[in-house]
Design a protein around this ligand. Structure first.
Ligand SMILES: Nc1ncnc2c1ncn2[C@@H]1O[C@H](COP(=O)(O)OP(=O)(O)OP(=O)(O)O)[C@@H](O)[C@H]1O
Ligand SMILES: Nc1nc(=O)c2ncn([C@H]3C[C@H](O)[C@@H](CO)O3)c2[nH]1
Length: 310
């Protein structure tokens, strides 16, 4: 019998929070395309910021992939990370901005035949949907896959154009192997959706992988997009990603607390020396920057100053 640290009432509450009708399964792969940021405003920003972003940074004596500065954008669900990432890519075309691999989680292909002669049929599962529908059953599997896919992304060598750029090459990731553990997996453990054995196993292989790949996944800084959970919920509804239909305020509040503990209060127990020292740039993402070029410019200036100081 697995020991738990929350009552049944809370578990029942969590299940109802995430209850999503079966009919919605696999219907949610188009949400990102709805988020196109105002192209005029983007072009405007790009023009104004005519000095290339990389050139703003002091050149480091190191060469090749080692001199790349890596930063992650962290923040609650639907706070606006992808939107902000697109703004950044548009304003700093010589940086590499790497999106969270959500579509991989929504489309896992598997050969379905088990020990028969029949030719294998490909089945596609939506692990994101499965995790939201039945978090106790699927959270550990989800965290395994999400972390692996993040690691794979972070291990990709930088594109040649980045290494050819004049200044220090910059890679910006949407979330990281660290938020996988210290925000989501930890939260799932605290909600009893990951049991203590699964949590021990997760932490064991997470530490091994991060230690093993060491400097290849190390970040130089974190950009924390911060907004009240109510704002995130409102944006989540506006975006309308089908898998997230059952997400309620309570869940976003819990994730908000995890972000605050990790990135503001620094009270989350982390296990990697360098992570503890990482500079964090907080940006007020409650501002409706999507259609406001002035705010966009302010954000970009803050980011460039932050990078220059890293
Ligand atoms: N600053 C903003 N002001 C107003 N609306 C915004 C802002 N940022 C994002 N949005 C809108 O909020 C919704 C969610 O944004 P987005 O998809 O960028 O969030 P996200 O943080 O990347 O989400 P996820 O956590 O799921 O990866 C989108 O509909 C987007 O257009
Ligand atoms: N459980 C869980 N663990 C993660 O590491 C994780 N990373 C992202 N997400 C959810 C949030 C959005 O719905 C959607 C896109 O960000 O995926 C996660 N959920």
């Amino acid at each position: 019998m697995v020991s738990t640290h929350h009552g049944e009432e809370e578990l029942a509450g969590l299940n109802s929070v995430w209850k999503t009708p079966d009919s919605l399964q696999r219907a949610g792969n188009t949400s990102r395309s709805q988020d196109t940021t105002n192209p005029k405003a983007m072009a405007n920003i790009s023009r104004k910021l005519s000095v290339s972003c990389s050139r703003c940074l002091a050149t480091s004596p190191e060469s090749g992939a080692n001199r790349v500065k890596r930063v992650s954008i962290e923040g609650n669900i639907a706070v606006g990370k992808s939107t902000f990432a697109r703004l950044l890519q548009s304003a700093c075309p010589d940086w590499e901005v790497v999106a969270e691999p959500v579509s991989k989680w929504q489309n896992i292909e598997s050969g379905a035949s088990k020990g028969t002669d029949a030719s294998p049929q490909t089945t596609v599962s939506n692990l994101l949907q499965m995790m939201y529908q039945d978090p106790q059953r699927w959270s550990y599997t989800f965290q395994t896959f999400s972390c692996m896919s993040r690691l794979r992304t972070q291990l990709q060598p930088p594109p040649a154009r980045l290494l050819r750029s004049e200044g220090v090459p910059v890679q910006v990731y949407e979330r990281s192997v660290y938020s996988d553990r210290y925000i989501f997996a930890l939260n799932m453990f605290e909600l009893d959706c990951i049991n203590s054995t699964e949590w021990a196993v997760y932490q064991d292989w997470h530490s091994l992988l991060v230690e093993q790949f060491g400097h290849q996944v190390e970040l130089e800084g974190i950009i924390y997009l911060r907004a009240p959970p109510t704002t995130c919920l409102e944006r989540l509804h506006r975006r309308g990603r089908a898998e997230e239909k059952g997400v309620e305020l309570d869940y976003l509040e819990k994730l908000h607390v995890q972000h605050e503990r990790w990135l503001v209060e620094k009270s989350t127990e982390t296990h990697f020396e360098k992570l503890k020292q990482l500079p964090v740039l907080q940006l007020d993402a409650s501002v409706e920057f999507k259609s406001d070029p002035v705010v966009q410019e302010e954000f970009i200036t803050k980011i460039k100053n932050f990078f220059s100081a890293l």
